[in-house]
Design a protein around this ligand. Structure first.
Ligand code: AMP
Ligand code: GLY
Length: 433
C-alpha cells in the first residue's frame, strides 16, 4: 500500500520509518516532512491545516492510508475531508479531536464516562478563578482550555503566578481556563489505537516535559522519553483500557462523534489511584519515537485496521524485549525564543553500530545544502539496549557525536527509572490497582 504521513516533526519521522519497515507498504510519502525523512520517504508540499489541500495530495498519490501526526490538521477537519473522499485516514474527526482541543470538553466526557481524573473548575472570569484557586489549594494547576502546543499549563505554588497565567488565558479570544486539583505521583503516557469500538493499547512510556534537569523550568513539547516502564503495575494497560479508554470511546460513540485514531491517555499514578491528566487525539512526541521503535508488528497494517474499523480482528502486538530511550536536542533558548539557522554536524558519524539513531524535528536544508536547525526541538536521538542503562548510554554517546551551537538537552532522561528510584505508593504495592 501507499502511505502518506502528514507532519514534519520527529514523531512523523518515527511514523515514516515505522511504516517503511512494514512489508505491505511499498511507498511512503510525507508532507511537508523534514530533510531527515528523505531517506525513507518522498516529500511533498501541503497546507497541512487545509483539508482540501491534503485530500488533493492524497488523491494525486493514490494513497491507501493517510496518517495525520499533529493535532492542528485534525482539529481543522482533515480526517473528515479524507473520509468524505473515500480515503482511509488514521486520525479522528474534528468533532472527536475536541477531546484534545478543549480541556473542558474532555473533562465533560470523562465525567459522563466515569473516568477517574483530577477535580476541576472551568472559569471565564478572574473572580471565579481566585475563589477556585483557594478551594482547590496549592500547588495550583492552571490550564488554558484550547490548544497550546504543550505550553498552556502552569503548575505552581505561587498564587500570583497562577492568577497571572489564568489572566493570560482569559485574555485570549473565547478565553476559558481550567483549574485542577494537583495530582501527585509518576506520570505515564499510554497510547491506545482505536477504530471507535475496539481499543488496542501500545506499550506504556514516560516523557519529560520540563526543560531542565530534575524536572525544573517551564513545560516544553517534551525533552525525552523511554519505554517500557518496568516499575509500573503489570496490569496498568488493561486497567486503563477497561476504566479509561474503553469507556471514553463508548461515550464518544454514544454522543454520535466516534473517536477513531490514537487516544493518548496521560495518567498520574497518584496515592489515590490512577487518574487521567489529559487526553490527546494523536501520537505523543517524543514518546512515539521510542514506542514505535519497540513495536515489531507491521505499523501500516495496524493503523490501516484502525482507520477501516477492523481492529477487532487484528493479531496481538509483538514487542522488542529491550529498552529504548530518546533524548531531545533543543536549540539555544528553547522553549522561550529558539535560535534557528545554525549548522548541525556529526549526524553521518552515527551508525547502526552505535545502537542509536537520529530522528529529525526542526531541521532544514540551508541555501548551501547544509543541514541547519529550524525549530525549538531539533533532533530526537534514540538509543536501545538490553536495559535502560545500556539504552541511555548509547543515546548520550550518540549525542556526543553531534554538534549544534548553543544546543541543550537533559542528561537525566530515564535516570530515576534506571536507578530504581521511581516509587509507587502503597496503594499499588497492596494490589489495589
Ligand atoms: P497537560 O497539557 O494537561 O498534559 O499538562 C501538561 C503537564 O502539566 C502534565 O504532563 C503534568 O506534568 C502537568 N499537569 C497537568 N495537570 C496536572 C495536575 N492536575 N496535577 C499535577 N500536574 C499536572
Ligand atoms: N509528550 C507530550 C505530548 O505529545 O503532548
Amino acid at each position: 500500500m501507499k502511505v502518506l504521513v502528514i507532519g514534519s516533526g520527529a514523531r512523523e519521522h518515527a511514523l515514516a520509518v515505522g511504516v517503511s519497515y512494514d512489508p505491505s507498504v511499498d511507498e511512503v510519502h510525507v508532507a511537508p516532512g523534514n530533510p531527515g525523512m528523505e531517506a525513507v520517504a518522498t516529500r511533498h508540499d501541503v497546507k497541512a491545516e487545509d483539508p482540501a489541500s491534503v485530500v488533493d495530495l492524497a488523491r494525486s498519490l493514490g494513497a491507501d492510508l493517510v496518517i495525520v501526526g499533529p493535532e492542528a490538521p485534525l482539529v481543522a477537519g482533515v480526517a473528515d475531508a479524507l473520509g468524505e473522499a473515500g480515503i482511509a485516514c488514521f486520525g479522528p474527526s474534528a468533532a472527536a479531536a475536541k477531546l484534545e482541543a478543549s480541556k473542558a470538553f474532555a473533562k465533560d466526557v470523562m465525567h459522563s464516562a466515569s473516568v477517574p481524573t483530577a477535580r476541576s473548575v472551568v472559569c471565564t472570569d478572574l473572580d471565579t478563578v481566585a475563589v477556585a484557586l483557594d478551594e482547590l489549594g496549592s500547588p495550583y494547576v492552571v490550564k488554558y482550555d484550547g490548544l497550546a502546543a504543550g505550553k498552556g499549563v502552569v503548575v505552581t505554588e505561587d498564587r500570583d503566578e497562577a492568577l497571572a497565567h489564568a489572566a493570560d488565558c482569559l485574555d485570549k479570544p473565547d478565553g476559558r481556563v481550567v483549574l485542577e486539583e494537583y495530582l501527585d505521583g509518576p506520570e505515564v503516557s499510554l497510547f491506545c489505537v482505536t477504530d471507535g469500538k475496539t481499543v488496542v493499547p501500545l506499550q506504556a512510556a514516560q516523557d519529560f516535559k520540563r526543560v531542565g534537569e530534575g524536572d525544573s523550568g517551564p513545560n516544553t513539547g517534551g525533552m525525552g522519553a523511554y519505554t517500557p516502564l518496568d516499575w509500573a503495575p503489570t496490569d496498568l494497560s488493561q486497567w486503563v483500557v477497561d476504566n479509561v479508554a474503553g469507556p471514553t470511546v463508548d461515550e464518544m460513540a454514544r454522543r454520535g462523534t466516534p473517536f477513531a485514531g490514537l487516544l493518548y491517555v496521560g495518567l498520574a499514578l497518584t496515592s489515590k489511584g490512577v487518574k487521567v491528566v489529559e487526553f490527546n487525539a494523536r501520537f505523543g512526541d517524543p514518546e512515539t519515537q521510542v514506542v514505535l521503535a519497540a513495536l515489531k508488528t507491521p505499523l501500516g497494517q495496524l493503523l490501516k485496521a484502525a482507520a477501516t474499523g477492523t481492529l477487532a480482528d487484528f493479531e496481538a502486538l509483538d514487542w522488542y524485549e529491550g529498552s529504548l530511550v530518546t533524548v531531545v536536542v533543543a536549540s539555544e533558548n528553547y522553549p522561550a525564543t529558539p535560535v534557528t539557522g545554525d549548522e548541525i554536524v556529526g549526524l553521518d558519524t552515527i551508525t547502526a553500530e552505535d545502537n542509536a539513531h537520529v530522528l529529525h524535528a526542526g531541521t532544514a536544508t540551508g541555501p548551501d545544502g547544509k543541514l541547519v536547525s529550524s525549530g525549538g526541538r531539533v533532533l530526537s536521538v534514540i538509543g536501545w539496549g538490553d536495559d535502560l542503562a545500556e539504552a541511555r548510554d548509547r543515546a548520550y554517546k550518540a549525542i556526543d557525536k553531534i554538534n549544534l551551537r548553543g544546543s541543550h538537552f537533559r542528561t537525566d532522561i530515564a535516570l530515576k527509572a534506571e536507578q530504581g528510584q521511581l516509587e509507587l505508593s502503597d496503594a499499588y504495592n497492596n494490589g489495589t490497582v
